[in-house]
Each structure stands twice: as C-alpha cells, then as structure tokens.
Design a protein around this ligand. Structure first.
Ligand code: LHQ
Length: 255
C-alpha cells in the first residue's frame, strides 16, 4: 500500500489506496512508519516526500476498517498513528508533505506533520473528525493551533470546515501551492533544492526547532523572564521609554 521511489536524493513515499482516497488501515500505517524508518537509515536519502496516489492525499482512518484487531481507540492510536507521527517529526531528514488532494481527519494531521508542506491547487484540508463526533487526533490538536492560533484551530475543528489551497496558503497550512498539472515535478524540484542544503545543519536545525515547539508554557514563561531582563537592561529600552515620555519617535540606530 506504500509506493517508494528515490530520485536525486529525494525519496517519495506514496500512499496507494486511491479508490478509498488513501484512507488509512493498519497495514498502511505500519508500512508507512517502516518506510520512514528505512528512509532515515538510508544514506542515499536526503529528503523524504509523502504524497498520495490518485485524487486524494489521505481521507483519514478507513471507516470500513476501524481498529481492525479488536483494539480500543486508545490502543489503536498508540499502536499505529502515534508512532507514525512521532517518526515523521523525529526524522533526522526533512520531510515534505505533498498534499495532492483531500486530506481529512488523520489525513489532515498527516498533512500537517511534515517539516514543509506543499499543496496542489486542488488540495482540500478538513479536520473532519467532529462530523463523526470524534476529536482531532494524530497530532492535529498540537499542530493546528501552532499554525493558525487557538480559536481558528477550534473553528476549523468544530465545523469541519473545508480549507482549499488559497485559504490554506493564507492561513499558513502550507508553504507553497502549485498547479495540479505540474505538482509532482514542482514538488520534486523543491525537494531537490532542499536536498542540496547542508544535511547536518538541517538535522540540527530540526532538533533545535522541535525543542522550542515542545517547551511548556511554564518553560516559555521562565525563558521570557530571563530574556526580558536582557532586553530591559539594554539602552534601547531606555530610549524607547524616554521617547514615549517625550512624545517623539525613538532612535534605535545609534552606534
Ligand atoms: C472512504 C473514506 C474513509 C473509508 C472516503 N474510509 N472510505 C483514529 C482512530 C480511531 C478511530 C477513528 O478515527 C481515527 C482517525 C480519523 O481519521 S477519524 C476521521 C475519518 N475520516 C473521515 O471521517 C472522512 C470521511 N470521508 C469524507 O468525509 C469524504 O469522503 C472526504 C471529505 C474525505 C472526501 O469527499 P469526496 O471528495 O466527496 O469523496 P467521496 O466521499 O465520494 O469518497 C470517495 C470514495 O472514498 C467513497 O467510496 P465509493 O465506493 O462511494 O466511491 C468513499 O466512501 C471513500 N472514502 N473517505 N475515511
């Protein structure tokens, strides 16, 4: 159910259940996780692209095949979706999610899980979970508010709104939108440019970024308190306050 090909340092993994809009069953999720792990270990791979076959990216959980082996939802998530999302985010190489069509439910979470997100013009993003009275899973509650803010995230989740490419770009759900006709070539060209960047530096950059993303409110407040002192001790702060009191523009460009 996963197609894999490598070209010029770019490994493209394609979810391949097109008649189901690549809805995820256990086989797809476990295979995909294994493919990501292999890509991470393979020195020939510098960038990984995740995309879907046919007109869909991924329609989320296959509703005809929920929790295959009699697992509870909790067990199911912990055994399949959660390791996949952790593997993608923890990969030592950049991951591009190339959203070629509809990304719904856990498919929307997958679309968000990439380090970089490229959408085709006909991409459609929907946190569809509330339509079946579930909560967003597979990382959506973590990814989405960080991209669009708490309230917009809640609105998209509460109404299962469908976000097209233009709005997705405006909201910051993707970095670029490309025409459907040239999407695969455009994604490959972008991925090859990324593959030419310094791999070790990008690995460390990912590590650093992920650490800040993971910091708690408590840690963020502690750090703010330290950095605010450095800002406050600087002459710029004094100049700003003085200028405010003197009702003039501050001059920050002194020697
Ligand atoms: C599907 C699916 C699908 C099966 C389209 N399954 N066949 C985690 C753990 C535990 C429990 C549950 O959930 C989770 C995580 C989740 O992801 S929950 C969310 C599950 N996903 C959904 O609820 C999405 C359901 N699908 C839709 O809302 C629509 O199909 C979307 C918006 C994705 C696309 O709409 P259209 O472009 O109008 O396509 P369509 O509805 O006509 O679908 C095409 C075919 O794909 C159709 O089959 P058919 O035999 O009639 O051609 C659909 O039944 C099938 N399909 N999604 N998730």
């Amino acid at each position: 159910v996963i197609l894999s090909e490598t070209l010029n340092g770019v490994r493209t993994l394609t979810m391949n259940r097109p008649d189901r809009l690549n809805a995820a069953n256990n086989a797809l999720l476990l295979e995909l996780t294994e493919h990501f792990r292999q890509a991470d270990a393979d020195p020939a791979v510098r960038v990984v692209v995740l995309t879907g076959a046919g007109r869909g990216f991924c329609a989320g959980q296959d509703l005809g095949d929920v929790s295959g082996a009699g697992m509870t939802f909790t067990e199911h998530l912990k055994a399949t979706y959660n390791p996949l999302i952790r593997t993608i985010r923890g990969l030592s190489k950049p991951v591009i999610t190339a959203v070629n069509g509809v990304a719904a439910g856990a498919g929307a979470s997958l679309a968000l899980s990439g380090d970089l997100r490229l959408w085709a013009q006909s991409a459609l993003f929907t946190e569809v979970f509330s339509n079946i009275a579930l909560i967003p899973d597979s990382g959506s509650t973590w990814f989405l508010p960080r991209l669009v803010g708490y309230s917009k995230a809640f609105e998209l989740m509460a109404f299962a709104e469908r976000v097209g490419a233009d709005e997705g770009l405006r909201l910051g759900l993707c970095e670029h939108v490309y025409p459907d006709e040239t999407f695969r070539q455009d994604v490959q060209a972008y991925a090859e440019k990324l593959a030419a960047r310094p791999a070790n530096a990008l690995r460390l950059t990912k590590e650093a970024l992920n650490a800040t993303m993971n910091s708690s409110l408590h840690d963020a407040l502690e750090l703010e308190a330290i950095l605010q002192q450095r800002a406050g001790d600087h002459w710029e702060h004094q100049e700003g306050v003085t200028a405010f009191k003197e009702k003039r523009a501050p001059e920050f460009q002194k020697a």
